[in-house]
Each structure stands twice: as C-alpha cells, then as structure tokens.
Design a protein around this ligand. Structure first.
Ligand code: SF4
Length: 358
C-alpha cells in the first residue's frame, strides 16, 4: 500500500493534509469493531541480563532468581483475578551468570530454560493462564522446546539498524544485534510459533531506519505468516538511565509511525502500550491501532515501573469514546488457535477451557 520512498517522505513531511489523507485511507480500508487487550500477570524471573541497553531500568546487577513458590503465588492470584496470560520475562542469557547457575543447580536444573519449562507446564496444568515468553535471544532448539508450553512468544526487533550497535542505546548489548534478532524471529516462523515483535521509537534511529525495520518485519511475515502483532513502543525517559537526557518521541512522530505500521503491515495487529500513551492512546486508535496489549490487575510493568497500568474500565472508556468496543483476548490471537500453530498441550488446554469450540 505504500513504497519505502513514500513512507520515508511521509515521516519527514510536515503536511497536515498528508496525515489526514492517510488516516482516511486507513479508516476506509480497515473496518474494526473491536480493540483487544490481554489480562496478564508479569513474571520477571530474573532481572540480571548480559546486555546493558542505554534505556533500560529493568536490569539489575544482583543475580536474582524468582523462586517457584513466589511464581506460583502470582499465577494463582492472577487466575483468581481473571488473567489469561502469564508473561514470563527475564534478562538475556541469565545463566551466563555463575551465581544464577548455582541457584539453578541447587534447585535441580541445568539451565534457566529447564526451570522456565517446568514453571510454564505447571501454569498450563494448574491455572487458567497461558504462558507467553519474552526472554531475549533463543536458538532454534530452545524455541522448539518452549513452543510445547507457550501459546505465543515474543522478541522486540526494536530496530533493524546495525548502526545502533555503536550508539548509547546498544553499544553494550551484544544481544541487540539485529542479525541475531531477525534470525530468531525467522526461526520462530519456521517453527510456526505465533509471535509478537515490535519497534522501539526514539532511541536514536533515523526515519529511514524506522521504515526499513517495518519492511523487514513485513518481509519475514510474508515468508512465515506467524507475526500476530507488532508493538510500536515509545522510548520513555527514566532517571538514572544512560539515555536520561534523550528526548522522547513526539505524539506526531508516534502517530506517523503507527500510520505507516498499519499501511505496511496490513493484516498484522498493531499494538501500543496504554500505560505509556495515556494522553495519546485514544488518538492512536484512529490511526489503526488494533490492540492495547497486556495489562495487569496484579503486577506492575517492570520495564516501565513509573507507568501504571490503566484499569479495564478506563481502557473501555477510551475505546468506546471513539465508537469501538473493547474485547479481551488470549495471548495467542484467535486466527492462530489451531493444531497447525499450537502444541498439543496448549491447544488441548484451550479446548478444555472452552475458549474455542472444535
Ligand atoms: S532492555 Fe532487555 S536486553 Fe536490554 S539490558 Fe534491559 S533487560 Fe537486558
């Protein structure tokens, strides 16, 4: 629907008319009744990470590992509150840390993924939640193992530019190399794992790099068809991070990127985090946003701890005010609920819970 050159020119342009034309194009082509969201619990299994991104406040030097009892307690509380997604997130390659490795050994595990698998299997067997893992770079075999117990998985591309590896954002983060991330997203496609990825806007990237990243996601999706949603996430300043003096992206910049994401990515759902876009989120719905992402009645957003989740009631008000309805979804989108895309364990769980009639 739009070429690379047109997209770059659009990001550079200051024409209101251009924006209004594209908004009309989107609203004529994509007719939506519902905006979706997922009710989740956020489980930060460990905050140690081998990377040190310039915008990160999640990472800690402490080699912490959340114990089984604590994880289960969160899962059971979340279940009672009606959550359906267990978001397991932790730093990349945490078992490169000797102290974490020791803790895992003490618990009877060789590595963090064995521990994760057990917790996720427990989640499927004992709660009404479905696991979604986002823990940085994983190889083909690791993805294959985790597919067994995950309804979907995720990894932000953030940006496809290798240049950013030499900037404050990613110079201490080997795992943020776009080649590694693209390889993992492609491997997930080969394994037919319903997948979430996204861009981080405002970390020093150029307009060209934003557009190229969107086209890269489109290219991968055209090959494998597995990308269920793309998050357009805005960089937020936090005190104490290396990028604390950087500027956040403006609302118009975000609006334009969302417009382009919708035009380029077509059938992929576009998501914005509602806690990072409290003032602007409603307007972004007009630009083609389909999904508010995960919100939690129980756990905070450990990646953006300063930004409280809105309540479902608020999301509903924001959504209904622009003539749309709010609908809760599972961590796997409806179109991927089939034996083709899900493991036996996860598919059977969904059927058993009556979330999809065969
Ligand atoms: S943003 Fe993610 S990958 Fe980067 S340091 Fe933080 S936890 Fe690690």
């Amino acid at each position: 629907m739009i070429s690379r050159e047109e997209a770059i020119n659009f990001l550079k342009s200051t024409s209101i008319e251009e924006i209004l034309n594209k908004l009309a194009q989107i609203n004529n082509k994509f007719k939506r009744d519902y905006i979706t969201y997922s009710k989740n619990v956020f489980i930060p299994l460990s905050k140690w990470c081998r990377n040190r991104c310039g915008y990160c406040i999640f990472r800690e030097d402490k080699p912490s590992l959340m114990k089984q009892d604590k994880v289960k307690e969160i899962l059971l509380k979340g279940d009672k509150l009606g959550c359906r997604e267990a978001l397991f997130t932790f730093g990349e390659k945490v078992d490169e840390n000797e102290q974490i490795k020791e803790q895992l050994k003490f618990m009877g595990y060789d590595n963090i993924l064995e521990y994760l698998y057990d917790l996720e299997e427990w989640t499927l067997n004992n709660t009404s939640l479905l696991p979604h893992t986002n823990c940085g770079i994983l190889n083909y075999d690791e993805l294959k193992m985790l597919k067994e117990v995950n309804a979907s998985m995720g990894l932000m591309l953030e940006n496809a530019s290798e240049r950013l590896m030499n900037t404050i954002a990613h110079k201490h983060s080997p795992g943020k190399h776009p080649k590694l991330r693209i390889e993992m997203i492609e491997n997930a496609g080969k394994l037919k794992i319903p997948f979430t990825t996204g861009l981080l806007i405002g970390i020093g990237e150029t307009n060209e790099e934003i557009v190229d990243s969107l086209f890269k996601i489109k290219e991968i999706h055209e090959k494998y068809g597995h990308i269920q949603e793309v998050i357009i996430q805005n960089f937020r300043v936090k005190r104490g991070i290396p990028m604390e003096n950087y500027k956040e992206p403006s609302p118009i910049k975000m609006l334009k990127v969302i417009i382009l994401a919708k035009l380029i990515l077509d059938d992929i759902s576009i998501q914005i985090p509602p806690n990072l876009n409290r003032e602007t989120g409603q307007l972004f719905l007009l630009a083609g946003v389909d999904d508010w992402g995960g919100i939690s009645p129980l756990t905070k957003d450990y990646v953006n701890p300063e930004a409280e989740w809105p309540e479902v009631k608020e999301l509903r008000e924001w959504t209904e005010e622009v003539g749309l309805k709010l609908k809760m979804r599972l961590p796997v989108y409806d179109k991927y609920i089939s034996r083709e895309w899900l493991s036996e364990k996860v598919y059977n769980k969904i059927i058993e819970m009556g979330w999809l009639k065969e």
